[in-house]
Design a protein around this ligand. Sequence first.
Ligand SMILES: C[S@@+](CC[C@H](N)C(=O)[O-])C[C@H]1O[C@@H](n2cnc3c(N)ncnc32)[C@H](O)[C@@H]1O
Length: 297
Amino acid sequence: MFHKSVLLKESIEALSIRPDGIYVDVTYGGGGHSEEILKHLKGGRLFAFDQDANALKNIKPGQQITMINSNFRYTRNFLKLYKAVPVDGILADLGVSSHQIDDPERGFSTRFEGDLDMRMDRKKSLNAREIINHYHEERLIEVFRKYGELTNAKKIARLIVSARKEQEIRTTADLKAVLSNCSDKSHENKFFAQVFQALRIETNQELEALKELLIQSVDLLKQGGRIVILAYHSLEDRLVKDFFRSGNFSGEIRKDFFGNPIIPLRAVNRKPIVADEKEIAENPRARSARLRIAEKI
Ligand SMILES: C[S@@+](CC[C@H](N)C(=O)[O-])C[C@H]1O[C@@H](n2cnc3c(N)ncnc32)[C@H](O)[C@@H]1O
C-alpha cells in the first residue's frame, strides 16, 4: 500500500464539507484523504497538490480532481489561476508518505542504506548530500539544533566537517557511521531519527512552506471555511497552534486601535485531536499525529 491515511475520519469530519464547496488537499500523497473528500462532494470541486511527481500516479481513473504537481507554498498562485478563490476548506497532512520513507533510493529512512537525497521534489537542486558535504559548520549546527532539537549539535557538525575532509559522505550509512559515537546504543534510534528529521526539514524547507501556507489560508478561505492540519512533530505543530490562536507565529495576540484582538482564524478545538490506541496499533505513524482545525472568522 502506498500510504495508510492517518486520522482519516476525524480530518474529514473536521472539514465539515459542503457538497457544492471548493476544497484543497495540499498533500495528496496516496490520495486517501482526497478520496474521502470526493465522496462528500456533489457539484463541488477538489484541487490537490503534491510536490512529489510520484504521488500523481495515484490518481484513479475517473477521479474528478484538479491535480497540481507543486509545492503547496504556491497554493494561492495556482488557485487564482484556476479562478477557485475563495475556498471552503484546506487540508494538509504534513511530512512524507510511507511510500517515500520505504523507498531506500530516496534516503529518508534510517533503516535502509540509500543516497543522502531526502528531496520530496526531485526537480529541486538542494539535497541532503549537498547540505552534509557543503554547508558551513555553523550552519550545520543551526540545522541540527533548530530542526532536530539535538543538544549535541556542535559535536555532530564537527564530526561531519572532519569526516568530509577525508571523503564525501554519500549515503545514509556513511552518515550513520560518522555519527556512530554521538549517542549511546539505547538512544540510537531516537538520535538518528532526530538527525534525519533535521536534514529532511532543511532539504525541503518544510517550515517555511508551512508558514507560507498558513498565511495564505487567511486570504484563501471563505468566511466560515476551515483549515485542517495534521502535524507529526512539535516544530510544525507549534507553528500551527500559534497561528490558529493569534494569526502570527509569535503566538502573541495583537490588538487594533480600539483594543479589539486582530485574529483572522478561530481555533475549533483547544487541544489537538490525536489517534486512539486502535489506530496506533494498526498504523504506528499515527502515534505522533496532531490534528488541529481552524475556521475563518
Ligand atoms: C503524509 S503524506 C499525505 C498522505 C495523504 N493524506 C494520504 O491519505 O495518502 C504527505 C504528502 O505531501 C507531500 N508534501 C509534503 N510537503 C509538501 C509541500 N510543501 N508541498 C507539496 N507537497 C508536499 C509529500 O510529497 C507527500 O506525498
